[in-house]
Design a protein around this ligand. Structure first.
Ligand SMILES: Nc1ncnc2c1ncn2[C@@H]1O[C@H](COP(=O)(O)OP(=O)(O)OP(=O)(O)O)[C@@H](O)[C@H]1O
Ligand SMILES: [Mg+2]
Length: 240
């Protein structure tokens, strides 16, 4: 059965830009996301998508408003408990990959599992990467990889944690169209199998294939659409 696993109530986010200047990036966002749901967030560059994802996932405390993950406000937790929640319940695929340059591919992928005291076989990691069309060696250092390869490493790292809540910030931004399809299908399957997947994307076609799309503009939700058509999304984003 589906249940609301993420609830966001009237969240605002302000950043100070020097002594007197403040910018408000999120202006009262309310939404929820459920288990077994693939939710996409679309909107122009700078509209606040990454900022929203960071607030929703326990990474950045909003200026005001409330976030509940599985009924718990992550910003009320002690730092150690929050770190544990983020490690055990949440997978985050960063727009900037967030890999560790000094470590090879394999070590980057298994790091969260190591931190959780779990072991993982190289064969399992290799299989997943093969499935993702990733040809590079597990021993390569991530600094030597292309953008798309780094993105796949970041995605494999999250897929193997088996987290029930996945945040993906433009997970297909750097990859070719075949890889894009593979990555989308992997995320689609996670949601179909019960996870809550929240994906920021610039790709209208991919958004139409998620269960629900939220369009964001200037830090405000414009629309919350179930199974939108491309036309609806383009209109909502005023891209025509
Ligand atoms: N820590 C910060 N300090 C000051 N301004 C910030 C900070 N983080 C984000 N911003 C500003 O907030 C706005 C929204 O940024 P955000 O990264 O959320 O946009 P986005 O919708 O994810 O854009 P993109 O599609 O380009 O990734 C931008 O104008 C950005 O400069
Ligand atoms: Mg962004």
């Amino acid at each position: 059965m589906k249940s609301k696993i993420i609830i966001v109530n009237n969240v605002t986010q302000k950043f100070s830009l020097g002594a007197k200047k403040v910018t408000q990036v999120l202006k009262g966002i309310s939404l929820s996301a459920s288990t077994q749901e693939f939710l996409s967030i679309v909107g122009p560059s700078g509209s606040g998508k990454s900022t929203l994802l960071n607030c929703m996932s326990g990474l950045t405390q909003p200026t005001s408003g409330q976030v509940l993950i599985n009924g718990v406000n992550p910003y009320h937790l002690r730092p150690s408990r929050l770190a544990q929640m983020r490690r055990q319940e949440i997978g985050f695929i960063f727009q900037s990959y967030n890999l560790i340059p000094a470590l090879p591919v394999f070590e980057n992928i298994v790091l969260p599992l190591r931190l959780a005291g779990k072991k993982i076989k190289r064969r399992v990691v290799r299989q997943l990467l093969d499935q993702m069309n990733f040809a590079a060696d597990l021993n390569s250092f991530v600094t030597n990889l292309s953008g798309g390869e780094k993105q796949k490493v970041a995605i494999a790292r999250v897929l193997l944690t088996q987290a029930k809540i996945i945040f993906a910030d433009e997970p297909t931004g750097a990859v070719d169209s075949v890889s894009k399809e593979i990555i989308f299908q992997l995320l689609r399957k996670l949601a179909d199998d019960g996870a809550c997947v929240v994906m920021v994307t610039h790709d209208i076609d991919l958004a139409t294939r998620t269960d629900r799309t939220i369009t964001l503009k200037d830090g405000i939700i414009q629309q919350d659409l179930k199974k939108p058509t491309a036309q609806q999304l383009l209109t909502a984003m005023e891209m025509r």
